[in-house]
Design a protein around this ligand. Structure first.
Ligand SMILES: *Cc1c(COP(=O)(O)O)cnc(C)c1O
Length: 231
């Protein structure tokens, strides 16, 4: 048996090594420990090993764990229901999974009420799998135009999930998201002009190496940190 702290430290080391092998600075890649399957003791164990960023996909869980560990950065990576937006905005440092233009106004309003500017990513369904949510790459420009007027939200980049099972397809998916980002950076928005769109949130336990090779700035890793599974 290995401990959560040992596995977190090992994954962070592997991420750093992978960055160096790809000519990237390890400081450019945030390791988000996806704690959705565990409780607060395991989060504390990961923090003891240096973890400072966690991902959750349920509003109740991000509320509970962020209240227990307010010093960490809490990332919302799950399905967004309108009626939970206020809760999510109250505790998320970054929302990765925005995929409906109707949600921009609600996020903006909640952020304004809380006196914050909410950082968000647009989720993009690069692979086109029916089971996946996200804007299609064709819809990204209109989504950025729709978000542009809102002063209490800022789009910082994009998130995607690769189909499971093939490293080659994962590579293509991640390269596709980097392409979406490069194209989006050229768009001149009426209010904000060109956006930096710095963040690419891509890569999970089975495919984060491919994601780093394609430019990920955030990898979302759950099982490799919090389960006994080997990757
Ligand atoms: C669960 C989840 C992850 C982590 O997946 P693992 O395979 O456990 O690393 C990453 N991103 C999202 C959106 C998730 O729901």
């Amino acid at each position: 048996m290995t401990s959560v702290a040992q596995r977190y430290a090992s994954v962070r080391q592997q991420v750093d090594a992978c960055c160096l092998a790809n000519g990237r600075n390890p400081e450019e890649v945030t390791l988000i420990a996806v704690s959705k399957t565990v409780g607060t003791p395991e989060v504390a164990d990961a923090m003891a090993a240096g973890a400072d960023s966690f991902g959750e996909n349920r509003p109740d869980q991000i509320l509970l764990k962020s209240a227990a560990f307010p010093e960490a950065n809490w990332h919302f990576i799950g399905n967004i229901q309108s009626r939970r937006i206020e809760d999510i905005v109250s505790c998320a440092s970054l929302i990765h999974s925005v995929c409906k233009t109707e949600h921009f106004a609600k996020i903006d309003r909640a952020a304004k009420r809380l006196g914050k500017v909410q950082r968000i990513l647009l989720e993009v369904n690069v692979s086109g799998e029916e089971s996946k949510s996200g804007f299609s790459p064709d819809e990204v420009k209109d989504a950025l135009l729709a978000a542009d007027p809102y002063e209490n939200l800022v789009v910082e980049g994009f998130m995607t999930m690769a189909p499971r099972g093939s490293r080659e397809v994962a590579c293509e998916t991640f390269a596709g998201l980097a392409g979406v980002r490069d194209a989006a950076r050229q768009i001149e928005l009426p209010r904000q002009g060109k956006l930096a769109l710095h963040e690419l949130s891509m890569g999970m336990s089975e495919d984060w190496q491919e994601a780093i090779a394609q430019g990920a700035t955030m990898v979302r890793i759950g099982r490799a940190v919090f389960s006994e599974e080997q990757f």
